[in-house]
Design a protein around this ligand. Structure first.
Ligand SMILES: [Zn+2]
Length: 373
């Protein structure tokens, strides 16, 4: 889940989240509709009318964004690739699709589905706006939404990875060359070039026209695109390096086990933890009770080490986030990120068989990088 997001529920079985930045944009959009767009189009509405219809239109705009994301997600599921969740945030929405598509055609269909839905919505809403009386509330709302949906379709079809258009381009190059790495590299380069153009163009526009509002907006979007492009590329390279590697290949021996409930000072004195030893498993009558890590101990002030027992600070077995021995290294890494932990126990058929720390993963990446030189 994106940081700073709240869960809203599920739609077609896909968890739907709203990022806090979404609230910022909904306020901005409502304000701009209520104070600029609608007063310019309809002089005779009441003040409350502008705000109510402004808010309604802003909410419908996000229904449009949601439909765009649902199109990506549902096509992805139909082509056999899992969707983790959908998050609405300041720039619209993201569907988190955990694995790379396996075939160029799947990627192409998945990427094109979102803009296709936005385009279709834009056309349908545009037709409604044209056939209803131009001064009516329905015409005002549908006209505004039609323009936004068409804008959404066009913006997303900019051919720079990771935008939808960039994914379509990548799928096409991938299909022709049968080389996904080359396709990703080309699509990312185009994405970064467009981002740079937007930043430079936005700055020049601001300087020469004095219209900083529009200029800065372009700089902002360009900066966002540049970030997204380099991040997705890193993610892709990482995925390629770790391909075929499972938890089994990178885990190290399990942590030492201790029966009973010692105080922290004992653990330190007996060097059970500290000095490169990172974790300890506590058992009670041979069953696993929980795990104590260096991280847990660091949160207890030194003067309380002799009065705090391990079980008071351990992560109980039921709260322990684990991975399966057959999980891919990328899944392991992602889980550590999501749970914000530096090490994660590895389970095999309900039995704890090892630990993976971030260093294990980094070491594997380094080995891979060196062997590919
Ligand atoms: Zn999209």
């Amino acid at each position: 889940m994106m940081k700073g997001s709240i869960k809203l529920g599920k739609i077609f079985g896909i968890p739907l989240n709203i990022n806090y930045t979404w609230f910022v944009i909904i306020v901005l959009v409502t304000v701009s509709y209520a104070t600029v767009t609608f007063p310019a189009q309809n002089a005779d509405w009441s003040a409350a009318g502008y705000w109510l219809i402004g808010l309604l239109t802003a909410l419908l705009l996000f229904v449009s964004v949601l439909l765009h994301e649902l199109a990506h997600s549902l096509v992805s599921i139909a082509r056999g690739t899992q969707v983790e969740d959908i998050t609405l945030f300041i720039f619209g929405g993201v569907s988190r699709i955990t694995e790379e598509m396996k075939k160029p055609l799947d990627e192409l269909l998945m990427a094109a589905a979102g803009p296709a839905v936005s385009l279709l919505l834009g056309i349908i809403l545009g037709i409604i706006a044209l056939i209803t009386p131009p001064e009516s509330i329905v015409a005002s709302i549908t006209r505004t939404l039609a323009i936004m949906n068409l804008g959404l379709a066009f913006f997303n079809m900019i051919p720079g990875f990771p935008l939808d258009g960039g994914r379509v381009l990548r799928a096409a190059i991938w299909g022709v060359s049968q080389n996904m790495r080359l396709a990703t590299r080309v699509a990312t380069s185009i994405g970064r070039a467009i981002a740079t153009l937007m930043i430079v163009g936005g700055l020049l526009w601001s300087v020469f026209t004095g219209d900083w509002g529009t200029g800065i907006w372009f700089v902002f979007i360009g900066w966002f695109l540049e970030n997204a492009a380099s991040q997705s590329y890193t993610q892709f390279v990482l995925g390629e390096m770790l391909a075929g590697i499972t938890a089994r290949d990178i885990m190290s021996e399990s942590c030492p086990t201790m029966e009973g409930d010692p105080v922290l000072q004992t653990l330190i004195d007996q060097q059970v933890l500290g000095e490169g030893r990172r974790c300890l498993l506590l058992t009670r009558e041979d069953a696993l009770a929980g795990m104590v890590t260096q991280h847990n101990i660091n949160r207890v002030p030194r003067e309380r080490w002799s009065s705090t027992t391990a079980s008071e600070i351990m992560t109980p077995v039921n709260d322990l986030k684990t991975v399966d021995i057959n999980d891919s290294a990328l899944v392991v890494l992602r889980k550590m990120d999501v749970e914000d932990v530096n090490q994660i126990p590895v389970m095999d058929a309900g039995r704890l068989v090892g630990m993976i720390s971030r260093e294990n993963v980094v070491r594997m990446i380094r080995q891979k990088a060196e062997s590919s030189l």
